[in-house]
Structure formats: structure tokens, C-alpha cells
Design a protein around this ligand. Structure first.
Ligand code: PRP
Length: 196
């Protein structure tokens, strides 16, 4: 890990991200970009006749939306949703509240939801049926990470960056207590951070 990437101080606070916060770098920035280039090319091919509306799910999908879209050459459109899952601690419950809704009308549109991670699958399961109910022609999913061992529901995912085990990962949009989203890589969080 480079010194620049490993040590970032938040202005005005004493919070510093150091390499001891992580047990390993799971995916480097270069690995993520290489995978997004492959997925972008696949999207170009799959949606050549009908460029989709990309729907990014805030906040975690910000990095993925920005980098994935730079690898797509079709005249796509972009919109954003923010949702909150009621649950205990970091666990999803499947009962979802919309914090920020789409501006676009989905009637007859091909929609591609972009997410940072699918854990239990409950958030995406809800989102899929919600967006389909608005009259979209198709609703598909692209996620950077998926945790098959954590799945509580089965959902079809068209594009998966990487399948991972049940590690607590942060970075590249993924947070722990709102921190670490700004890391350009995905790392496994050291247990001492979340048990402090
Ligand atoms: C994360 C992630 C998904 C959801 C996945 O969002 O972005 O939306 O959890 O979990 P699930 O598969 O168990 O439902 P989070 O609620 O942490 O919000 P954030 O994107 O603002 O970090």
C-alpha cells in the first residue's frame, strides 16, 4: 500500500486512516478499473440498441457510477436514488424507505441499477420490484461486490464486479460509520476498528 493511499487525515479532526485499519487490500484501484472496463464494454454491447438509464444508489455507488460510466460509450442517462433500510446496526431488514427519489420517469425505459455491494440482497430485491412497478421496460443490476454467503434472497444480477466472502470490506464507496468511502481501493477492515 502506498503511503499516500494508506494515510489520509481528515481536516479539522484527529481522524487518520492508516494501514493498520485494514487486514488486507482486497482489490486494488487497478483491479477495480480493469473489471469496470470489461463490464463497460459488455454494457456497450448488451444495450447498443437501447441505451439504459443508470440509477446509482447513494451513497455507496458514487465511485462505481463515475468510473463505470467512463467506460461506456453509449448515450446513457443518469439518475440517483437514496434509500435507507430499517434494521439493527449494519444489518438490512428489507423494509426500505426512500430518502431521495428519482427525477426520471421510468415508463418504457431500460434501467440499470448500480450498487457498491449486495449483502443480504434485501435492499436490491425491494428496489427491483419498486422500479419495475413504475413501468420500466427492464430493470437490471450492476454491483461492484456481491457476498453470496450472506444472501437471504435470490436476485438476478446482470453484472458483478467480484464475488467475495463475508469479510467486512470498506473503501471505493463502502463505509464503516461513514468513513473510508474515499479510499480508491477496497480493503478488509481490521476487527479492532469496529470493536473499539
Ligand atoms: C449498502 C449497499 C446496499 C445495501 C446492501 O447500503 O449500498 O444498498 O447496503 O445490503 P443488503 O444487500 O443487505 O440489503 P447502506 O445502507 O450501507 O447505505 P450507503 O450506500 O449509504 O452506505
Amino acid at each position: 500500500m502506498s503511503e499516500t493511499a494508506a494515510q489520509r487525515t481528515t481536516p479539522g479532526t484527529d481522524l487518520t486512516i492508516t494501514s493498520s485499519d485494514f487486514t488486507k487490500i482486497h482489490f486494488t484501484h487497478e483491479q477495480i478499473q480493469a473489471r469496470l472496463a470489461e463490464i463497460g464494454a459488455q454494457i456497450d454491447s448488451d444495450y447498443a440498441a437501447n441505451p439504459p438509464l443508470f440509477v446509482g444508489v447513494l451513497k455507496g455507488a458514487v465511485m462505481a457510477m463515475a468510473d463505470l460510466q467512463r467506460n461506456v460509450t453509449l448515450p446513457i442517462e443518469t439518475d440517483w436514488m437514496a434509500v435507507s433500510s430499517y434494521g439493527s446496526g449494519t444489518k438490512s431488514s428489507g423494509v426500505v424507505r426512500i430518502l431521495k427519489d428519482l427525477e426520471a420517469d421510468l415508463l418504457g425505459r431500460d434501467v440499470l441499477i448500480v450498487e457498491d455491494i449486495i449483502d443480504s440482497g434485501l435492499t436490491l430485491s425491494w428496489l427491483l420490484s419498486n422500479l419495475k412497478s413504475r413501468g420500466a421496460k427492464s430493470v437490471e443490476i450492476c454491483t461492484i461486490l456481491r457476498k453470496p454467503e450472506a444472501a437471504k434472497v435470490t436476485i438476478d444480477v446482470k453484472y458483478v464486479g467480484f464475488d467475495i466472502s463475508n469479510d467486512f470490506v470498506v473503501g471505493y464507496g463502502l463505509d464503516y460509520a461513514e468513513r473510508y468511502r474515499n479510499l480508491p481501493f477496497i480493503a478488509v477492515l481490521a476487527p479492532h476498528v469496529y470493536s473499539e
